[in-house]
Design a protein around this ligand. Sequence first.
Ligand code: GLN
Length: 279
Amino acid sequence: MAKLNSEANEQAVTTRQWIGLQTDLPRLDCELALCQILGVNRASILAQPERALSLLQLEELDYWTSSLRKDIPFAYLSGEQEFWGLSLNVSPDVLVPRPETELLVESALSLLKRNAQLLDLGTGSGAIALAIASERQDAQVTATDVSAKALQVAKQNAEQLGITVNFQESHWFKNLGGTWQIIVSNPPYIDPDDPHLKHLHAEPQHALIAGEKGLADLREIISEAPAYLNNKGWLLVEHGYDQAEQVRHLLEQRGFQAVTSHKDLANIERISLGQYIYE
Ligand code: GLN
């Protein structure tokens, strides 16, 4: 704060000047923080760069920027994240939905038959299940999570968006009965030794980290899924940037057919899928 005041020479700091001082943060994050604190949209921030910031606003902004520098995700500060065009509430009880996960939604939608059942394992904020259900009112969508707190966030999102999803507390398939045409999951898949983890410390670690170099939960889901799939049903899973080959191998070993991977916008094989045909 002292720095801000002296640089502004005792005069009010404008939004333009304030952005200029945050040299180590992405400009977009700074603009969006200003939107939140000033209660205006980004067009207004861009159109009026000479708007003066009050001391209280500067203090609030300082809290945001120091949090961002400590790798607190922007979405935990604002309490919301957009996914598939839906505005979702998020809290530190759920992973912040990532844009690359939209690939899982897109691929599941292209395989989902009319009036079919779809299961989302480990739904977190509800992002995948709600995105799919928002597109397809004919589908019966079930979403699970092992965390009751995460399910609360997901249920609140469903209510606010007016989307119907059947939520159930379950560790993977443990409390589930029935079969589905499609099962999707974005399970934890980060190797406990991955150095990137230190930047993800604010998010629920059980939603990120898996044993066996990140493959333990993927292996469990792939192994159990056939018992919960209709004949010719599909399993689609998200995985790490370097796990596609191993995940395809797990699917093939378990008897899945038409096994393939899809690339995300960064050209990384990000999801793998397979179809299970009864003998
Ligand atoms: N894609 C996330 C990341 O790398 C991880 C999500 C997950 O583990 N399911 O930050």
